[in-house]
Write a protein that binds this ligand. Structure first.
Ligand code: NDP
Length: 250
C-alpha cells in the first residue's frame, strides 16, 4: 500500500532508543524534526554549522518533558575537510556505538538565475552543500549505520528534483542528483537491511521558502511542524521494508 502522510498516525514512543542524526537542525524543517523526534523518544544528534543556534535547539529539547538529552555536531558542510568528517563519525561511534537514522536535511537555495547567467562559483557551492556533502557524510557514517539493527537514511529532495523548472539552476540539479544518490544507495544496500529513501517536503514556511518566493502569502503555507509524518514513518519501525522510494511529505 502506498504511504499517505495524512493517514499516518504517529504514536507516543515511536522512536524510543533510536539514535538519529539530523543535518541542518538549527532552523526550518530540521529544527522541527529534531524537536518532534526527541519528543517521540529518539536520542537526537543535532547537526549545524553554528554552535549558538545549535545550543538554542538543544535547550528547547531539554525543556521537553521526558525527552532524551541530545548531542551537538558542528560541521560546516560548505567548508569541512575530511578530518572534520572523520572526527564527527568517530565521536558518534564513541558516544553511541551506532547510528539508527540519518536525515540529510540541510541545504541552500543559491541564486535563481538562468543557466546562461549562473555564476560558476555559486554553482559549485550549491552542488557541494546539497549533494557532495551528504555523500561524504553518508560514507563516513557507514560503519556506525551498519551497526544499527535497522538503519534508515533519508535524503531531502524537492519538486524541482523531479522536474527541471526554469531558473532553479544548481539547486534543481543538486536535488535530481540527490534522488539518484538515494536510489543508488538503496539498491547497493537492499540486502543488508539498510534502507534509503527521499522525501519531497513540498512548500513549507521556512527561511528558504521565503527566499525563493518573497512575495508569497506565508499564511497559506504549512509550517515545518505540520509536514513531519513522512519523516517519522521512515525513521521508525512501521517502514522496515521500505527502501528506494521518494515520498511526498504533503
Ligand atoms: P532552512 O533554510 O530553513 O534551513 C536550512 C538548514 O540547513 C539550516 O539549519 C541551516 O543552518 C542548514 N545549513 C545551510 N547551509 C549549511 C552548511 N553549509 N552547513 C551546515 N548546515 C547548513 O531550509 P528548509 O527547512 O526550508 O529546508 C530543509 C530542506 O528541505 C532543504 O534540503 C531544502 O532544500 C528542502 N526543501 C524545502 C522546501 C520548503 O518549501 N521549505 C521545499 C522543498 C525542499 P543555519 O541555521 O546555520 O543557516
Amino acid at each position: 500500500m502506498e504511504f499517505e502522510a495524512k493517514d499516518y498516525e504517529v504514536r507516543a514512543g515511536l522512536l524510543t532508543d533510536r539514535i538519529i542524526l539530523i543535518t541542518g537542525a538549527t532552523d526550518g524543517i530540521g529544527r522541527a524534526l529534531a524537536l518532534r523526534t526527541a519528543e517521540l523518544g529518539a536520542r537526537v544528534v543535532l547537526h549545524g554549522r553554528n554552535t549558538k543556534r545549535l545550543e538554542k535547539v538543544y535547550d528547547e529539547i531539554e525543556a521537553i518533558d521526558g525527552a532524551v538529552r541530545p548531542s551537538i555536531a558542528v560541521l560546516d558542510l560548505a567548508t569541512a575537510d575530511s578530518d572534520a568528517y572523520t572526527s564527527l563519525a568517530n565521536s558518534i561511534e564513541q558516544e553511541f556505538g551506532r547510528l539508527d537514522g540519518l536525515v540529510h536535511n540541510a541545504g541552500i537555495l543559491g541564486n535563481r538565475h538562468s543557466i546562461e547567467q549562473y555564476d560558476p562559483a555559486e554553482w559549485q557551492q550549491v552542488m557541494h552543500v546539497n549533494l557532495t556533502a551528504p555523500f561524504a557524510l553518508t560514507q563516513v557514517l557507514f560503519p556506525a549505520l551498519k551497526k544499527s539493527r535497522n538503519p534508515s537514511l533519508i535524503f531531502t529532495s524537492s519538486g524541482v528534483g523531479r522536474v527541471g523548472k526554469a531558473f532553479w539552476g544548481a539547486y534543481s540539479v543538486s536535488k535530481f542528483g540527490t534522488e539518484a544518490l538515494s536510489q543508488i544507495l538503496s539498491n547497493e544496500n537492499r540486502h543488508s537491511g539498510m534502507r534509503v529513501n527521499c522525501i519531497n517536503p513540498g512548500a513549507v514556511r521556512t527561511k528558504m521558502r521565503l527566499a525563493a518566493y518573497p512575495a508569497e502569502d506565508r499564511d497559506v503555507l504549512k509550517g515545518p511542524e505540520d509536514i513531519l509524518a513522512a519523516y517519522l514513518y521512515l525513521l521508525g519501525p512501521d517502514s522496515e521494508e521500505i527502501t528506494g522510494q521518494s515520498l511526498d511529505a504533503q
